[in-house]
Design a protein around this ligand. Structure first.
Ligand SMILES: [Zn+2]
Length: 126
């Protein structure tokens, strides 16, 4: 079992996935991505997306460009929809996948700050 990949520690959960970079035999490359999970499917696959500004010289303004990517989602990572994730390039895993999720990132606007006011509101209503 691999304990650390590109500075990311292995998740505490274990899995039997051969395509898991921590518990399986999958090697990762050094190209990395950050994105948000927008879709999950049953076969340990997720779709991530991220946005980036691109300058339009004629109008001297920025337009927002979107990138999407299909990635492997190992059982031990199990990223959920809406979570920001750290992804690395691998060998092709299927027709559309050549990357794997290494870890779920803790977002700046973490769920704690969002959940707290909701809880307070629920308690006030109760
Ligand atoms: Zn694993």
């Amino acid at each position: 079992m691999t304990t650390t990949i590109l500075g990311v520690k292995a998740p505490t959960k274990k899995c039997t996935d051969g395509n898991c970079p921590f518990h399986g035999s999958l090697n990762v490359k050094k190209e990395t991505f950050k994105g948000t999970v927008i879709k999950r499917d049953s076969n340990h696959t997720a779709t991530i997306e991220w946005f980036r500004p691109r300058l339009v010289p004629k109008y001297e303004r920025y337009e927002i460009r979107r990138s999407r990517m299909r990635v492997h989602n190992p059982a031990c990572v199990d990223a959920q929809v809406g979570q920001p994730v750290f992804v690395v390039r691998t060998r092709p895993l299927s027709k559309t996948k050549n990357a794997v999720i290494l870890s779920v990132l803790v977002s700046e606007s973490s769920s704690k700050t969002k959940a707290a006011p909701l809880k307070d509101a629920a308690e006030a209503a109760a």
